[in-house]
Design a protein around this ligand. Structure first.
Ligand code: CA
Length: 413
């Protein structure tokens, strides 16, 4: 039976069914009208909330956020502490092994999940204004240039060179590619192992990589040509790759175990020559958190894991590049150490959330702020000196979530 026949048979013969069908059709028309109105409402709200066309709403790079900057006085030390971020977001600084400030010293680059995913932002040291720098899938490994207001960073398997100056100057949202250049993709079969670092020549990018379960290595990438070359192969997990800040072609890296390594610190030339232990561990020390300290030293901590080790040399130590001699600078239960670029000052943090300033000549340690790891805290301060050595940036959980704090070392009292 055809549809036409159904109509002819059904409608005239059953008034009840006919009325029912008409009511159903009226109900469906009403439903469709409501759905159309809802769709229109959602579109209207999305356009109003963004203030722009939907096609532009994905451009988050260059987005400017108001200053959150405020300050307080540390009740124990009397030091004025500047809080650069105070939002409930997880605001994290770049690790103390790497530059945190832009080359002109005017901005600090940090990572925050304030937009829903972890992205890089720049906060103005002077005004506190925050600008979004990336809108990528899991960006990481930022290396902020010491000589130009740019940074290299990694997203997925791609290494990017981002122009921070252009992002800060832009007054309208644009696609992220407007402000960045692709340097290269990681070679097939290699995954990053630890951080990337940039030679003092500004163009050679060094990185630890893992090839399979038992093999690692260091690679160099020419940022101009996008070509990789091998530095060394390694049979242990490499990490914390750090190019020397002023001697081109010199790299410090570590044997990464996530805990106490048999021989933590290693050093190699960028052409693969003279690969070997840097500070050679002589007893059962827990050496960790090494960073370059001025032109001719590297500073690190020796963690006193138990009472026995507390009787042995521990705390913040350094090794001279020339004669490889060990010096204990300040004996205390420090965990991380930050180093002033001129090699004259160090800043050590403790598990209790204290930060000490240590004179590089005398070893005298002074508590300059505390209270940054309340009970349940998950982040460590990781102190970093500004390029001019005048202030120290650190991460704090004083306000119940991760924030960036800054303290000037010379304060008028
Ligand atoms: Ca925060």
């Amino acid at each position: 039976m055809s549809a036409h026949q159904w109509q002819r048979v059904g409608y005239p013969c059953s008034p009840t069914i006919t009325i029912g069908i008409i009511r159903i059709m009226q109900y469906m028309r009403k439903k469709c009208r409501i759905i159309r109105q809802l769709i229109f409402l959602v579109l209207a709200i999305s356009i109003r909330a963004d203030g722009s066309q939907s096609s532009q709403s994905t451009y988050y790079v260059t987005r400017k956020l108001p200053s959150e900057r405020t300050s307080y006085t540390d009740p124990t030390t009397g030091m004025e502490i500047t809080m650069l971020t105070t939002s409930a977001a997880k605001d994290n600084k770049i690790y103390q092994t790497h530059p945190n400030w832009t080359a002109d010293g005017r901005h600090i680059v940090f990572m925050s999940d304030r937009s829903g995913t972890n992205q890089y932002f720049a906060v103005s040291v002077k005004t506190g204004t925050i600008v979004q720098l990336t809108d990528d899938k899991q960006p990481g490994n930022a290396f902020v240039s010491r000589t130009r207001n740019r940074m290299y960073y990694v997203s997925g398997r791609t290494i990017w060179d981002a122009d921070i100056d252009s992002i800060l100057r832009s007054h309208e949202p644009r696609d992220a590619d407007t402000f960045r250049r692709k340097v290269a993709d990681l070679p097939d079969g290699a995954a990053l192992s630890g951080s990337t670092s940039v030679d003092s020549n500004g163009k050679d990018i060094y990185m630890g990589v893992q090839y399979d379960e038992d093999s690692w290595g260091l690679l160099a990438l020419d940022a101009d040509t996008g070509k990789f070359r091998k530095i060394i192969d390694s049979d242990f997990r490499v990490g914390h790759c750090q190019a020397h800040p002023s001697i081109s072609g010199l790299i410090m890296y570590c044997w990464e175990t996530g805990g106490d390594s048999p021989q933590r610190m290693w050093i190699v030339n960028a052409d693969g020559r003279d690969n070997g232990p840097f500070y050679k561990e002589t007893y059962d020390e827990w050496v960790t958190h090494e960073v370059w300290w001025g032109p001719n030293k590297a500073i690190f901590t020796i963690w006193p894991r138990n009472e026995e080790m507390l009787k042995k040399p521990h705390g913040i130590a350094y090794i001279s590049l020339q004669d490889r001699t060990l010096h204990i600078l300040s004996q205390k239960k420090y965990w991380h150490v930050g180093a002033s670029p001129d090699g004259k000052w160090a800043a050590g943090d403790t598990f209790d959330g204290e930060i000490f300033l240590i004179n590089g000549d005398t070893g005298r340690a002074r508590l300059f702020t505390q209270g940054h790891r309340p009970q349940g805290a998950t982040v460590h301060p990781h102190p970093s000196f500004s390029p001019d050595g005048s202030s120290v940036l650190f991460c704090s959980e004083r306000n119940g979530n991760w924030d960036l704090f800054l303290v000037r070392l010379k304060q008028d009292k």
